[in-house]
Each structure stands twice: as structure tokens, then as C-alpha cells.
Write a protein that binds this ligand. Structure first.
Ligand SMILES: NCc1[nH]cc(CCC(=O)O)c1CC(=O)O
Length: 290
């Protein structure tokens, strides 16, 4: 997935600038660790190794899934481009759609957000924590160990596994992770030449939308493993933002929407998060905050 998405960014950069790109593979802690992501604790397990290569000068820029990027910026590193977002939704890989899974069916996902939100919809299913790359996860369905797994639609598209999708969840059913489906291109902040060049890849509507989503996440002081979803859409005039926090057992939720100017994405995110906190969102997250 990482190779495909990096190649996509490299191709569009070459197309727009005429400059050639050499891909450098970097294995991250998130790739090798067998621990569940929710237990790895800190954000950035897929990110730190790439940032180290930037800081060491071994690579000029890094491509990340925005969803994996910590919300706290590193002053040495510029978020130089947010290319046009791909599908923001989650997908069910399995033989039948979610509503048709029999009671007691085993659904695999390592994400507390997906477990909490799916549990709210169907508490009678069994949610099984899984890890590994997307192919490994899908293999648990084809191998019969699980009835279904839930993965990001964008990731499945990038690895060419859309044929196995039984259902795509709409935002109303399963609120995506902030930034899901978007890529982030980083380079050293001091490389102003590169910051300027990478700007050709930036999509302003994606930037305003994911900025608002990520502000909600940081203002709630939620980490990558918190059951927090957010989705925003900038139609060119208005930025519509919705966020959802769910108790880990799916028993309670706070959902809020707001609309504003795309140029005020940060303020919109902060205002929405403040409203959610006043309605008890931070208490719902419990141990999954921070
Ligand atoms: N945490 C792993 C991760 N980081 C980004 C994606 C998917 C691609 C994306 O959201 O852009 C995935 C896998 C998944 O959630 O299924």
C-alpha cells in the first residue's frame, strides 16, 4: 500500500514538474511490530522512520497516509502537500453486507473506532482484534477464520482488492478516521525550494477538510486509537464538518455537525470539539484519550 501510494504521488509530481523521482523503501515500526496498534500507544508508528530519513537527508520527501500522521506538528518538517483525497469511507470485506451477517459472526478490525461504532449498530456480532497488512487481514476471511474484516476503502483500492468489498459504509453508519483516504507529503521545512515545488500537488479543498477533521482530533486530545471519527467536505464555498465520539462499548455517543467558511477550518474544528466536550465527549473516550 505504501509503495503504491508513494508511486502515485511520484507519478503526479513528475507529470506536473518534469522532475524524475526515485522511490526509496523505508520499513517502519508499524510495519514490523506484531503488537496491536491500539497497544502501541503513541501515534506515528508508521511515520517516525520516514521523518528520520528526512532529517538525515537520505530522502527529499516522504509520503504518508494522513490518518497515520500525529496531529502535533514537528517544526522541522513541513506538511508540503495534501493531494486530492481518495475515498474517505470504510469498507467491509466479506461475502455478505454488514446487515446480512448472522448473529455471532466474527468481524475483524484492530481499530477501537471501528469496533465501537460497529458495536453500536450490531452489538450481537463478535469483534475480533486483528493486525497485519491489508492482504493478511483479507486472508483471514478467505481462509475462513473470520466472516468479515473492515478496512479503509482507499487502501483497498490502492492494493487492487476492491473485488472483495461486500459493502462500503456511509459516513452516517461508520464515521471515518480524521484524514482517512488522504495522503500527506512532507519535506524539511528549511527546503523552501522543495516546499514550493510540492505545492503543485496540494488540493485546497482536501486541505481545508482534513485540517478541520484533525483539529477536532487534537482538540479532543485523542490519539490514533481513540474511538473518534470526523469527516468534512469543502464544496468550494462551505466547509461542512461532522464528528462522532463513541464509548468503546458502543453504548453512548456524541455526534455534532457545523458549517463555516473553508478559510476558517481551524476555528470550525475547535468550535465543534468544544461543543462535543461540553456534551461529555472526553468522558466517553475514557482511557482512550491521549
Ligand atoms: N492504520 C493503517 C492505515 N493507514 C492508512 C490506511 C488506509 C489508507 C487511508 O486511510 O488512506 C490504513 C489501513 C486501514 O485503515 O485499512
Amino acid at each position: 500500500m505504501a509503495t503504491t501510494q508513494s508511486q502515485m504521488v511520484a507519478d503526479s509530481y513528475t507529470e506536473r514538474t518534469g522532475r524524475a523521482i526515485e522511490l526509496v523503501g523505508v520499513t517502519t515500526f508499524g510495519d514490523v511490530s506484531k503488537a496491536h496498534l491500539a497497544q502501541l500507544g503513541g501515534t506515528g508508528v508508521f511515520v517516525s522512520a520516514l521523518r528520520d530519513k528526512l532529517l538525515e537527508g537520505e530522502i527529499d520527501f516522504a509520503v504518508h497516509s494522513l490518518k497515520d500522521l500525529p496531529t502535533k506538528p514537528d517544526p522541522r518538517i513541513a506538511l508540503a502537500a495534501l493531494p486530492a483525497r481518495h475515498d474517505h469511507r470504510d469498507a467491509l470485506v466479506g461475502r455478505v453486507p454488514f446487515a446480512e451477517l448472522p448473529d455471532g459472526a466474527r468481524v475483524g478490525t484492530g481499530s477501537p473506532r471501528r469496533v465501537a461504532m460497529l458495536r453500536a449498530l450490531r452489538p450481537e456480532l463478535e469483534y475480533v482484534p486483528i493486525r497485519g497488512n491489508a492482504d493478511t487481514r483479507i486472508g483471514k476471511v478467505t481462509g475462513g477464520e473470520l466472516d468479515a474484516v473492515v478496512l479503509a476503502s482507499a487502501g483497498l483500492t490502492r492494493i487492487g482488492r476492491t473485488a472483495e468489498i461486500a459493502q462500503i459504509f456511509e459516513v452516517e453508519q461508520l464515521m471515518p478516521a480524521p484524514g482517512q483516504g488522504a495522503l500527506a507529503v512532507e519535506c524539511l521545512a528549511e527546503r523552501e525550494d522543495l516546499v514550493d515545488f510540492l505545492a503543485v500537488l496540494d488540493d485546497p479543498r482536501t486541505r481545508s477538510a482534513v485540517t478541520a477533521e484533525r483539529v477536532v482530533l487534537s482538540a479532543l486530545e485523542a490519539g490514533c486509537s481513540a474511538p473518534v471519527g470526523a469527516f468534512a467536505l469543502d464544496d468550494g464555498q462551505t466547509l461542512n464538518l461532522t464528528a462522532l465520539v463513541v464509548a468503546i462499548d458502543g453504548s453512548a455517543a456524541v455526534r455534532k455537525s457545523a458549517a463555516g467558511s473553508p478559510s476558517e477550518a481551524v476555528a470550525l474544528g475547535h468550535a465543534l470539539a468544544a461543543e462535543m466536550i461540553s456534551e461529555g465527549a472526553d468522558r466517553l473516550m475514557g482511557e482512550h484519550s491521549h
